[in-house]
Design a protein around this ligand. Structure first.
Ligand SMILES: O=C(O)C(=O)C[C@H](O)C(=O)CO
Ligand SMILES: [Zn+2]
Length: 280
């Protein structure tokens, strides 16, 4: 069992415009989330969010603290959101076992000392996608299944963006300090997410694309609305969206993604919308 840790710094939009493809990918793309029996963590200084993945195969995998946190345990000053995108598995938090099925979520309170991940069947492992943010107080650890989600239907087949959005770890479902997470599934034949797109300088965001069929890809758009750039993404990769950046994507097929946010103002609809014909 290993922890792989990577650190990213914040960037200024006036510098970002000079980045070439390689630099854009180095700063914002999180290319590897799921490797057997490893905790993959990327710490971005954008709102101090940690994005990661855990795929237990041979046995249980524990979320260990990392030196950069200077904390006795990982969640000493943080809260944690978990969404399982693999086969069913379990998360044990300080001795309490939570069974987490495919596309189910778990919110883990600040102050939880031991978080341990397992897969039910090693030949078909669970894949726990995780986001963690600094937290100022404790809120109860709670599982959120698909039935607990707030569901909204968005877009239309005519504009190639028909999709179902499930709010999982959000303020209308449970209390958190700053973390908000959910999942958006594109309908067959639709490929555009988050269009019309938006910014929200109050919150940063991370998108993690999955269920991208073999051989297909998602082209993720970022940047201030008048200075957009693209990052081509493969299945099960994440991308950091700084507070000044829009976040939207188009796939060569339909796909699903997890969005997660940190910052202030938990109102999901707090967005500065940008119409497609205003983009540059
Ligand atoms: O498909 C969408 O639209 C989204 O999923 C948008 C994200 O939830 C988002 O960007 C929230 O700020
Ligand atoms: Zn957003």
């Amino acid at each position: 069992m290993t922890t792989v840790f990577d650190e990213r710094y914040s960037s200024h939009p006036a510098d970002y415009v000079n980045y070439d493809t390689e630099r854009l990918r180095k700063e914002y793309l999180v290319p590897t989330l799921f490797t057997a029996d490893t905790v993959n963590l990327t710490y971005t200084h954008v709102d101090r969010v940690i994005v990661g993945g855990v795929m237990p195969v041979e046995g249980a995998v524990k979320l260990e603290t990392v030196d950069a946190l200077k904390a006795d345990y990982f969640l000493e000053r943080r809260e944690l959101g978990i969404i399982n995108i693999g086969a069913p598995g379990c998360v044990e938090v300080d001795g309490t076992l939570y069974e987490i099925g495919t596309k189910e979520a778990l919110y883990v309170s600040r102050g939880s000392k031991e978080v341990v991940f397992t897969s039910n069947v090693k030949t078909s492992p669970a894949k726990f996608y995780i986001l963690s943010t600094p937290a100022h107080r404790e809120f109860p650890t709670r599982k959120v299944g698909q039935g607990d989600a707030q569901v909204i239907e968005l877009g239309a087949a005519e504009t190639c963006n028909k999709r179902t959005l499930r709010k999982l770890l959000v303020k209308d479902v449970l209390e958190t300090c700053q973390l908000q997470m959910g999942m958006t599934e594109l309908a067959e034949g639709s490929c555009w997410n988050t269009m019309p797109c938006h910014t929200h300088s109050r919150r940063m965001e991370v998108y993690m694309y999955f269920n991208v069929p073999e051989g297909q890809a998602v082209c993720h758009f970022m940047g201030p609305p008048q200075q957009t750039r693209t990052i081509w993404m493969a299945n099960e990769q994440a991308v950091i969206s700084p507070t000044w950046s829009l976040h939207s994507g188009v796939g060569t097929s339909n796909y699903t993604f997890i969005w997660g946010m940190a910052g202030e103002n938990h109102d999901y609809d707090d967005m500065d919308k940008v119409q497609p014909n205003e983009l540059r």
